[in-house]
Design a binder for this molecule. Sequence first.
Ligand code: ADP
Ligand code: MG
Length: 273
Amino acid sequence: LTSTAAVVPPRVYAVANQKGGVGKTTTAINLATALAAVGQKVLLVDLDPQGNASTGLGIDIADRTIGTYELLCGFAQLPQAIAATRIPNLEIVPANVNLAGAELELIDLEKREFRLRDALEGKQSHWDVILIDCPPSLGLLTINSLVAAEAVLVPLQCEFFALEGLGQLTRTIERARRALNPKLYIAGVILTMMDRRNTLAQQVERDVRGHFADVVFGTTIPRNVRVSEAPSHGLPVLLYDHTCTGSQAYILLASELLHRRRHGVPPRPQAAA
Ligand code: ADP
Ligand code: MG
């Protein structure tokens, strides 16, 4: 009975995996939308120079003149860098083309790993959940997200090299935890683009669940063409086609995350791999 008393769920999550095309942005957009739909106040931070999260949420280029780049480099404060989305309860710090230079420009700035954390400092409580969509690398942008976040969500595509890349990611998270952000932990691995008819994918799922146990979300995101169509309409799949299997999976994922937040599970894992 006492064990549920003092659980303070994380507020800031980095959605990270240095592999491209594993579903980071899709998960950030649709998890954010599903959480906003049940009344959570959500901020999505687009930390990928490609700006896919901003595009996928239909943010006009004209509304991106101040975004994550300006925030990281100190040219803007958080309130100026926020754009509204068409989804109630969901705001975004968009990415614009300037962010492409940030990885290099940050090197010369003081406290280069702490820029995002400092930009959010003291303002996080305005939202229930903040999701940071990371670029497909382990450079300074992702490091900034690992310092600003309390927890990491790792989208993983069930394919042959998936586990190999995970070792590199968990080592980076562990280094960030030791050197920069002692409370950081992996809050969940999310299996994405799952094709249950594929026996290799099934084997990889068994391996990942065997290795990471409860850290892996019970919900898996199926491969679903509606999910891949939605961004070209500037819509989360939940608004594009709320009945498709992809939408239903992201609703389940959001409810599983909320359950974990309420009950503090899974226990904080040790670094693996
Ligand atoms: P990342 O951000 O990790 O690079 P994305 O979220 O952009 O990955 O996904 C890569 C591609 O796969 C995109 O074209 C996206 O639309 C597509 N995709 C992502 N999740 C699914 C899914 N569940 N079903 C079908 N296509 C998907
Ligand atoms: Mg992406």
